[in-house]
Design a protein around this ligand. Structure first.
Ligand code: FMN
Length: 224
């Protein structure tokens, strides 16, 4: 079968994100819009200084810092929902969830992130870092981070256009998202790391990720 080109098509039909399973009837939290930064560390500085952090201080991140990191990862920057990170066909088959534990102004818990609206929706309360660390090969940095951003592949969305290639394309997209996230953290003097060592099924069970999404990548952030 001939594949469509990996570029945005004006006539593309994209499945809307399904609602996530949640225990609460909380209202979405609209995140502060990150201001355009003029000056500050250069891209060259960030590229030279980005390093994976595996140890974090216990002090919390502010909501503005958290919003900035989420925006760098998946923020909307263009007409039609185009984002900071590229996506094959502009389909955006990667969904993002936030396990926030030390963010000022956020109840510790598991949230879904709506990139189009720039908002978080609390799905369930609780600090699940210890269990998440177990599902990530016991990596202690998971227990120390201020928050973990879980990226999942929702292949159904990309499968219509790209068939069997959808998982591969979603994994590539995670790489773009992760690099945006880590460079933004470097620019802000924060620590970050991407973790691929995780048991997708254990993460799914723990965080009740829907059956048709695959947990792919964990991005951690915190003070260093
Ligand atoms: C896809 C991917 C998965 C990774 N998974 C882990 C991980 O599970 N645990 C970990 O400690 N580091 C992980 N890393 C970080 C690498 O170990 C790290 O990038 C490498 O050692 C180079 O160091 P640097 O990032 O400081 O330049 C991962 C990196 C990538 C790109």
């Amino acid at each position: 079968m001939k594949r469509p080109p990996l570029i945005a098509s004006v006539s593309r039909v994209i499945l809307p994100s399904p609602p996530s399973v949640r225990d609460l009837a909380a209202d979405p939290i609209t995140l502060p819009v990150p201001p355009a930064v003029h000056g500050g560390p250069t891209l060259d500085h960030c590229l030279r200084n980005r390093r994976s952090s595996r140890s974090f201080l216990p002090s919390p991140l502010t909501l503005a810092e958290t919003s900035q990191l989420l925006w760098a990862a998946q923020g909307c920057t263009g007409l039609g929902g185009l984002r900071t990170a590229p996506s094959a066909g502009a389909i955006y088959p990667v969904r993002a969830y936030l396990l926030a534990t030390a963010v000022d102004g956020l109840t510790p818990g598991f949230y879904s992130y709506d990139a189009d609206a720039g908002s978080l929706l609390l799905l369930r309360k609780g600090d699940r870092r210890k269990s998440l660390a177990r599902a990530a090969a016991g990596q202690s940095c998971v227990e120390e981070c201020a928050f973990a951003l879980l990226l999942t592949g929702w292949y159904k969305r990309a499968g219509r256009e790209f068939g069997d290639a959808a998982p591969r394309l979603a994994a590539m997209e995670c790489g773009h998202i992760g690099q945006n996230f880590c460079l933004q953290a470097t620019a802000m003097g924060l620590g970050a790391i991407g973790l691929g060592r995780l048991d997708p099924e254990a993460v799914r069970l723990l965080l009740r990720v829907p059956d048709d999404e695959e947990p792919l990548y964990l991005l951690l952030a915190g003070r260093i």
